[in-house]
Design a protein around this ligand. Sequence first.
Ligand code: SF4
Ligand code: SF4
Length: 99
Amino acid sequence: MPPIIKTPKCTGCGACENICPGDLMVVEEGKALCRSRRDCWDCMSCVKVCPAQALEIRIPYQLGYYPAKLVPEMQGKEIIWTVTDLDGKEEKFTVKVRN
Ligand code: SF4
Ligand code: SF4
């Protein structure tokens, strides 16, 4: 499932376009889009690199039903993951990064 793009938040910086290993993310007219949704393999590189938190992953039906979502925020050597469940309840998890 490709990332959900929160278009109003997107600044068109191109970081997602540069990092996508499948060359799927592009910036057109100043906003990001995924040009081949079916080819996305959920590596989440684009979601993690976005400095504007404009990208988020919807947790699949089998795991959390569609409205549940996962949004990362890079903070130096850590990623703070915000998980939102079906009822809007949020939990945050901090994970150290290796690079
Ligand atoms: S999740 Fe990975 S493969 Fe999918 S669009 Fe983002 S960077 Fe590309
Ligand atoms: S990294 Fe985020 S802000 Fe930058 S172009 Fe992609 S979606 Fe937009």
